[in-house]
Design a protein around this ligand. Structure first.
Ligand code: HEC
Length: 136
Protein backbone atom coordinates (compact mmCIF):
# COMPACT_ATOMS: atom_id res chain seq x y z
CA UNK A 1 0.00 0.00 0.00
CA UNK A 2 2.74 2.44 0.86
CA UNK A 3 4.32 2.22 -2.57
CA UNK A 4 1.13 3.16 -4.30
CA UNK A 5 0.99 6.40 -2.36
CA UNK A 6 4.65 7.20 -2.80
CA UNK A 7 4.90 6.74 -6.55
CA UNK A 8 2.63 9.61 -7.56
CA UNK A 9 4.36 11.77 -5.00
CA UNK A 10 7.76 11.05 -6.49
CA UNK A 11 6.43 11.72 -9.96
CA UNK A 12 4.93 14.98 -8.80
CA UNK A 13 8.10 16.18 -7.17
CA UNK A 14 10.07 15.35 -10.34
CA UNK A 15 7.66 17.41 -12.36
CA UNK A 16 8.00 20.27 -9.96
CA UNK A 17 11.78 20.09 -10.16
CA UNK A 18 11.79 19.97 -13.96
CA UNK A 19 10.76 23.62 -14.24
CA UNK A 20 13.82 25.28 -12.70
CA UNK A 21 16.18 22.76 -14.29
CA UNK A 22 14.74 23.46 -17.69
CA UNK A 23 15.05 27.18 -17.13
CA UNK A 24 18.65 26.74 -16.16
CA UNK A 25 19.43 24.64 -19.22
CA UNK A 26 17.77 27.17 -21.48
CA UNK A 27 19.67 30.03 -19.91
CA UNK A 28 22.95 28.16 -20.26
CA UNK A 29 22.39 27.41 -23.89
CA UNK A 30 21.34 30.98 -24.38
CA UNK A 31 24.52 32.42 -22.95
CA UNK A 32 26.71 30.30 -25.15
CA UNK A 33 24.80 31.31 -28.26
CA UNK A 34 24.67 34.99 -27.47
CA UNK A 35 26.28 37.20 -30.05
CA UNK A 36 27.61 40.50 -28.86
CA UNK A 37 28.88 43.00 -31.36
CA UNK A 38 31.34 45.67 -30.38
CA UNK A 39 29.53 48.89 -29.59
CA UNK A 40 26.33 47.17 -28.53
CA UNK A 41 25.15 47.63 -24.98
CA UNK A 42 25.61 43.92 -24.24
CA UNK A 43 29.30 44.23 -25.10
CA UNK A 44 30.02 47.07 -22.73
CA UNK A 45 32.35 46.22 -19.91
CA UNK A 46 33.40 42.97 -21.53
CA UNK A 47 36.91 42.11 -22.51
CA UNK A 48 36.99 41.96 -26.26
CA UNK A 49 39.64 39.70 -27.71
CA UNK A 50 42.12 41.76 -29.65
CA UNK A 51 42.96 40.50 -33.09
CA UNK A 52 46.11 42.54 -33.40
CA UNK A 53 48.04 45.55 -32.24
CA UNK A 54 46.88 45.22 -28.63
CA UNK A 55 48.50 44.07 -25.41
CA UNK A 56 48.90 40.45 -26.50
CA UNK A 57 50.92 41.50 -29.55
CA UNK A 58 53.43 43.69 -27.77
CA UNK A 59 57.05 42.53 -28.12
CA UNK A 60 57.15 41.88 -24.41
CA UNK A 61 54.00 39.75 -24.48
CA UNK A 62 55.27 37.73 -27.45
CA UNK A 63 58.61 37.29 -25.71
CA UNK A 64 56.89 36.01 -22.56
CA UNK A 65 54.70 33.66 -24.55
CA UNK A 66 57.14 32.24 -27.08
CA UNK A 67 60.75 33.03 -26.29
CA UNK A 68 61.04 33.04 -22.51
CA UNK A 69 60.79 29.24 -22.31
CA UNK A 70 64.32 29.06 -23.68
CA UNK A 71 65.72 32.57 -23.33
CA UNK A 72 64.60 33.04 -19.74
CA UNK A 73 66.75 30.24 -18.37
CA UNK A 74 69.23 29.83 -21.21
CA UNK A 75 67.95 26.45 -22.38
CA UNK A 76 70.21 24.69 -24.91
CA UNK A 77 72.60 27.64 -24.92
CA UNK A 78 70.00 30.29 -25.70
CA UNK A 79 71.39 33.71 -24.74
CA UNK A 80 69.51 34.81 -21.63
CA UNK A 81 67.45 37.96 -21.55
CA UNK A 82 69.45 40.68 -19.83
CA UNK A 83 72.73 38.73 -19.81
CA UNK A 84 75.24 41.20 -21.26
CA UNK A 85 78.09 38.69 -21.60
CA UNK A 86 76.01 36.14 -23.45
CA UNK A 87 74.61 38.71 -25.83
CA UNK A 88 77.87 40.57 -26.55
CA UNK A 89 79.17 38.19 -29.27
CA UNK A 90 75.71 38.09 -30.83
CA UNK A 91 75.33 41.86 -30.92
CA UNK A 92 78.62 42.00 -32.83
CA UNK A 93 76.93 40.19 -35.72
CA UNK A 94 74.67 43.19 -36.26
CA UNK A 95 70.92 43.49 -35.94
CA UNK A 96 70.15 42.22 -39.44
CA UNK A 97 71.81 38.90 -38.69
CA UNK A 98 69.97 38.63 -35.37
CA UNK A 99 66.65 39.43 -37.04
CA UNK A 100 67.35 36.74 -39.63
CA UNK A 101 68.21 34.22 -36.88
CA UNK A 102 64.94 35.03 -35.15
CA UNK A 103 62.93 34.64 -38.35
CA UNK A 104 64.72 31.67 -39.93
CA UNK A 105 66.05 30.05 -36.78
CA UNK A 106 69.65 29.16 -36.00
CA UNK A 107 70.72 25.53 -35.89
CA UNK A 108 70.69 23.55 -33.76
CA UNK A 109 68.73 25.10 -30.91
CA UNK A 110 66.92 28.19 -32.14
CA UNK A 111 63.63 27.35 -33.90
CA UNK A 112 62.34 29.45 -36.81
CA UNK A 113 60.09 32.31 -35.60
CA UNK A 114 61.05 31.31 -32.05
CA UNK A 115 58.03 29.00 -32.17
CA UNK A 116 55.62 31.94 -32.40
CA UNK A 117 53.55 30.55 -35.22
CA UNK A 118 51.21 33.52 -35.57
CA UNK A 119 54.02 36.07 -35.58
CA UNK A 120 54.91 38.14 -38.61
CA UNK A 121 58.53 38.89 -39.51
CA UNK A 122 58.01 42.37 -38.08
CA UNK A 123 56.76 40.90 -34.80
CA UNK A 124 59.96 38.86 -34.54
CA UNK A 125 62.14 41.89 -35.36
CA UNK A 126 60.35 43.84 -32.60
CA UNK A 127 60.94 41.02 -30.11
CA UNK A 128 64.62 40.81 -31.09
CA UNK A 129 64.79 44.58 -30.48
CA UNK A 130 63.20 44.00 -27.08
CA UNK A 131 65.70 41.25 -26.25
CA UNK A 132 68.77 43.19 -27.35
CA UNK A 133 67.51 46.33 -25.57
CA UNK A 134 67.73 44.30 -22.35
CA UNK A 135 71.52 44.19 -22.67
CA UNK A 136 72.24 47.70 -23.84
C1 HEC B 1 63.24 26.13 -28.14
C2 HEC B 1 64.07 27.13 -27.53
C3 HEC B 1 64.03 28.54 -28.07
C4 HEC B 1 62.94 29.36 -28.25
C5 HEC B 1 61.47 29.04 -27.97
C6 HEC B 1 63.45 30.60 -28.75
N1 HEC B 1 64.81 30.56 -28.89
FE1 HEC B 1 65.99 32.01 -29.62
N2 HEC B 1 67.63 30.82 -29.36
C7 HEC B 1 67.60 29.54 -28.84
C8 HEC B 1 68.95 29.00 -28.82
C9 HEC B 1 69.35 27.63 -28.33
C10 HEC B 1 69.78 30.01 -29.34
C11 HEC B 1 71.31 29.94 -29.57
C12 HEC B 1 71.50 29.33 -30.94
C13 HEC B 1 72.95 29.18 -31.27
O1 HEC B 1 73.71 30.14 -31.16
O2 HEC B 1 73.33 28.07 -31.63
C14 HEC B 1 68.93 31.14 -29.66
C15 HEC B 1 69.37 32.32 -30.21
C16 HEC B 1 68.58 33.41 -30.51
C17 HEC B 1 69.04 34.66 -31.04
C18 HEC B 1 70.49 35.00 -31.37
C19 HEC B 1 70.75 34.54 -32.78
C20 HEC B 1 72.15 34.80 -33.25
O3 HEC B 1 72.30 34.95 -34.48
O4 HEC B 1 73.08 34.84 -32.45
C21 HEC B 1 67.97 35.47 -31.21
C22 HEC B 1 67.96 36.87 -31.77
C23 HEC B 1 66.81 34.71 -30.77
N3 HEC B 1 67.21 33.48 -30.34
C24 HEC B 1 65.53 35.21 -30.78
C25 HEC B 1 64.42 34.49 -30.33
C26 HEC B 1 63.09 35.03 -30.33
C27 HEC B 1 62.72 36.41 -30.79
C28 HEC B 1 62.29 34.05 -29.83
C29 HEC B 1 60.77 34.08 -29.61
C30 HEC B 1 59.94 34.66 -30.64
C31 HEC B 1 63.11 32.89 -29.54
N4 HEC B 1 64.40 33.22 -29.85
C32 HEC B 1 62.65 31.70 -29.04
C33 HEC B 1 66.50 28.85 -28.41
C34 HEC B 1 65.19 29.32 -28.47
Amino acid sequence: MKKLVLLPLVALSMLAAAGPIEDEIVSRIHKVGEVCLMGEACASGQVVADAGGGEGRSPEAIYERSCNTCHGLGVAGAPKLGDVDQWAPRLEKGMDVLYASGINGLAPGMPAMGMCFDCSDDDIRAVVDYMTASVQ
